[in-house]
Design a protein around this ligand. Structure first.
Ligand code: DGP
Length: 113
């Protein structure tokens, strides 16, 4: 997608603090961290958000979760991390390329506000 911020990060047109990349997914630190460890996993396939996930994408979304858990461990938060997907502006989605937030490194209240 020409005008997508995260597609530009994947392409390297916009720099990022990359943690991981393979043929399907890309992971990088969030520019505005909400926890000591806060990174994003995105698919290289442009999908607008969680509600745009189709049956063909189920394996890809599972892979994002597996890579996210591996990176969380690598980042030193063990099994104490939160996974967040925002869908739609009303729920706080600001970049319309699906992304999985991984947050950790502090205690986080549940439910969130
Ligand atoms: P959301 O609110 O769920 O759409 O999250 C979008 C996240 O993307 C937000 O936490 C900030 C992050 N973000 C926005 N622009 C950039 C950027 O240019 N670089 C990086 N690394 N993160 C960004």
């Amino acid at each position: 997608m020409d005008n997508c911020l995260f597609c530009k990060i994947i392409n390297g047109d916009i720099p990022s603090d990359k943690l991981y990349e393979d043929d399907d997914v890309f992971a990088f630190r969030d520019i505005s961290p909400q926890a000591p460890i806060h990174f994003l996993i995105i698919p290289k396939k442009h999908l607008r958000g969680p509600a745009a996930v189709g049956a063909d994408d189920e394996k890809l979304i599972g892979k994002m979760l597996r890579i996210g858990a591996d990176l969380a461990r690598q980042e030193g938060v063990g099994d104490a991390f939160r996974v967040v997907f925002n869908n739609g502006a009303g729920a706080g989605q600001s970049v319309f390329h699906i992304h999985m937030h991984i947050l950790g490194g502090r205690s986080m209240n549940w439910p969130p506000g």
